[in-house]
Design a protein around this ligand. Structure first.
Ligand SMILES: [Cu+2]
Length: 163
């Protein structure tokens, strides 16, 4: 019975801090926006030219600037695809013309927060409503993180434990 109690305790804790990996997105509201954070498995990010040339049917296409780059080094323990979807609370439509600032802080090591290189992207073959912002990032499993997302003057902070 000890294991059962333990698992229940873990699940209870997780529901407080929200899913961190491949779970449903966690959404927070600011005055004008609904901002959703999703952490999934590493995604391969392609340029529009690569998608065309290779006839790709999956992965993600980078549509925001040519300097976009993969932030992950593979040295941090686990690579996760961090995505932020922003919707206007007034129209319900995806915000595609404002690039958010995203900062990731490891609260376990208390390291300074990293402002990540934000890539605007869209799933290959997905509709425009899929347009989102983020990058592949290195996370340490079991560490607690905060992700601060600023859209214009509005900001929200997400808390999770990487798993
Ligand atoms: Cu993405």
């Amino acid at each position: 019975m000890r294991n059962v109690a333990c698992a229940a305790a873990v699940l209870g804790a997780l529901s407080l801090i929200g899913p961190a990996f491949a779970g449903a997105p966690v959404t927070q509201k600011t005055a004008s926006y609904a901002i959703s954070l999703t952490l999934g498995p590493k995604e391969t990010m392609f340029t529009p030219a690569e998608v065309k040339a290779k006839h790709l049917k999956s992965g993600e296409v980078m549509i925001g600037g040519s300097m976009a780059m993969d932030m992950s080094s593979g040295m941090g323990g686990a690579v996760r695809h961090l995505e932020v979807h922003i919707t206007s609370r007034a129209t319900g439509k995806a915000i595609t013309n404002l690039t958010p600032k995203i900062a990731v802080a490891d609260r376990t090591t208390k390291a300074l927060s990293d402002v990540i290189t934000v890539v605007k992207m869209q799933g290959v073959g997905a509709p425009a409503s899929d347009i989102h912002f983020g990058n592949n990032v290195d996370l340490h499993l079991g560490h607690a993180y905060t992700v601060a997302v600023a859209v214009g003057a509005e900001e929200t902070v997400f808390h999770f434990v990487a798993k």
